[in-house]
Unconditional design. Sequence first.
Length: 184
Amino acid sequence: MVLDLIKKRRSIFPAQYTDREIAKSDIEKILEAANWAPTHKKTEPWRFRVFRGNAKVELGDFLAGKYKQTETNPKAFKVKKLRENPAKSAAVIAIFMQRDPNESLPEWEEIAATSMAVQNMWLCCTEMGIGCYWSSPGLIKYMNEFVDLADGESCLGFLYMGYYSGEIPAGTRNPYQDKVAWYD
């Protein structure tokens, strides 16, 4: 049941990933799931860049270097984390939103559609036993220095992915009834 899959979805961090690779065909399946997200006016604003192999190391070096360059007092643990998280992942998918050039709908709707595409990927990963984590550090504003972006395209973060070992804790939520008002 879909609700069971939704309840099972968790953030699983790169420190928990194993060395097992994710097959390109599995990443393509995950991207296909993203492509079926709802989209107002059919703008399909989601765009992705997939980093595997040495490209993950280059991404980590870029993020760590940019952090050191832009921070007044860079913290060593954060430099290390920015450098190592991509390398610890089997793949990193950079998440981008392409703004409709006609601005025929509010930008938030395109961000929401892209977020739904990421949720589809996350649920697909959960079903496949792949852990993932969406990170959106402030450094995403510099991604145009690392990859070519189209006009109106902006980075919304990174989906770190990998197979994992160990138990994933059960999720907790406050009751939905505390967040709903009914009008009959």
